[in-house]
Design a protein around this ligand. Structure first.
Ligand code: CMC
Length: 429
């Protein structure tokens, strides 16, 4: 008779063990009862990079990597990208589990907007950086510094205080990002405008110049909102895992968000959008594409913006972005690097190396081309990923700290170093 359990026979001892199966998983701690004798620590699993380990139960984001499905709280990403009217709807949805009705949305926007300002001393922190500091370094440091401005944030189990920090962070991350840019450019800061949408306000804070007729182009506002939606959450990726792991020590959300952003910065993760543009610049012309692909297959570097740990099919975000690119280029003019990207994709999708490994374009392959066309500097792209992801990180963080099954994140190791040995004095080494 079928049973939701697994029977394991330990061939070292001949003993059989039965462990329950729930939600398609076994509980790793159940393996600890598998011992050779009473002194034995018990069996562990070894899973570097969490290739086959679920570390949380979550209700926020669903991905089916083989089918190319991504949903926030059950809503397909394609539908959200098409129908959502402003990014705040996504922030609300991720945090609260439901789409907001008009009253809830207005209330949410009002609360977030009430925090859309930076303490003068935070501006001074940003000003302490060199003009050529990488904006992601400025972003991470400034987000971390916020914890010193709001010491109440350590009361993470007080719902009102916790939520206040969440709204603060969502409101302040675009301002920090924009001010990092304005500082680097030697431009005066532009205050947040509460009448504008989250995306338009950000573009305005970045690019408003002396022209009193300056207005954010509605197509670019819409494009950035869609990009923000696509980047808002992605279940247990490296940055979110960092957010949860750091948060599991019960540190305040500013420190945890700074840590998550640091994890995001790497070129294998949210730094890939910047790396794609460096790669396209390095390739230079379409004629060089075959040689570049050959060098990748030769192991001399990666095709940045391709491949994903979970998606073994098209990344649904990349499909939306590719369509979005046409809308943006109709306004900004085509990005000259687009042709190289399209040729890379065409060759890669027909090539045995990439087919066999199920490597498809991911979210970062085309996003950088759009950011560049919109006027964002190259090193700014990971920051554009971090701004909307902050809402996702905070939703995941809140879920994590309220989860009764969670404890401080603390993996085990297989120790391969020396056994005990006696101290060697300096003159004997
Ligand atoms: N170009 C060339 N080969 C690749 C690539 C690539 N972009 N990605 C994976 N491979 C190869 C890899 O060398 C390996 O080959 P082999 O089996 O011969 O050793 C095989 O494909 C499996 O790769 P893996 O490294 O085991 O896969 P992973 O799940 O550990 O890594 C990844 C996933 C995203 C880190 C990786 O695909 C990668 O480095 N891609 C380029 C960077 C990138 O675009 N990152 C953005 C990810 S999407 C945004 C986000 O949410 O972070």
């Amino acid at each position: 008779m079928a049973k939701d359990s697994l029977t394991i026979t330990d061939n070292r001892t001949g003993t059989a063990y039965e462990v329950p199966i729930a939600d398609g998983t076994i509980n790793a701690i159940d393996l600890r009862k598998i011992k050779t004798d009473a002194e034995d620590f018990g069996l562990m699993t070894y899973d570097p990079a969490f290739m086959n380990t679920a570390s949380v139960r979550s209700k926020i984001t669903f991905i089916d990597g083989d089918k190319g499905i991504l949903r926030y709280r059950g809503y397909p990403i394609e539908q959200l990208a098409e129908h959502v009217g402003c990014f705040d709807e996504i922030g609300y949805l991720l945090l609260n589990g439901e789409l907001p009705n008009p009253k809830q949305l207005t209330e949410f926007q009002k609360t977030v907007n009430s925090h859309a300002i930076l303490h003068e001393n935070v501006k001074k922190i940003i000003e302490g950086f060199r003009h050529d500091a990488h904006p992601m370094g400025v972003f991470i440091s400034t987000v971390a510094a916020l914890s010193t401005f709001y010491p109440e944030a350590k009361n993470i189990f007080d719902q009102e205080i916790r939520r206040r920090q969440i709204y603060r962070l969502i409101a302040k991350v675009p301002i920090i990002a924009a001010y990092a840019y304005r500082h680097a450019m030697g431009l005066p800061y532009v205050a947040a405008d509460q009448e504008m949408s989250y995306a338009a306000n950000f573009i305005n804070m970045m690019f408003r110049n002396g022209d009193k007729n300056y207005a954010v182009h509605p197509v670019l506002e819409h494009a950035l909102m869609v990009l923000f939606i696509l980047h808002a959450d992605h279940e247990q990726n490296c940055g979110t895992n960092a957010m949860r792991a750091i948060g599991s020590s019960h540190v305040d959300p500013y420190a945890a968000t700074a840590g998550a952003a640091a994890a995001l910065w790497g070129p294998l993760h949210g730094g890939a959008n910047e790396a794609v543009l460096h790669m396209l610049n390095q390739i230079g012309t379409i004629e060089n594409v075959p040689a570049f692909i050959a060098s990748v297959k030769d192991g001399k570097g990666k095709l940045m913006g391709f491949g994903h740990r979970v998606y073994k099919n098209f990344d649904p975000r990349a499909t939306v972005i590719k369509r979005l690119a046409d809308e943006v280029f109709a306004v900004t003019g085509q990005n000259p690097r687009l042709k190289i990207a399209l040729e890379l994709e065409r060759i890669a999708l027909e090539d045995e190396y990439f087919i066999k490994r199920k490597l498809y374009p991911n979210v970062d392959f085309y996003s950088g081309l759009i950011y560049q066309a919109m006027g964002f500097p190259l090193d700014f792209y990971p920051v554009l990923f971090a701004i909307p992801r902050t809402a996702g990180w905070l939703s995941q963080w809140e879920e994590h700290i309220l989860d009764q099954e969670q404890k401080i994140a603390r993996p085990r190791q297989i120790y391969l170093g020396y056994d005990e040995r006696p101290w060697v004095p300096m003159d004997k080494r």
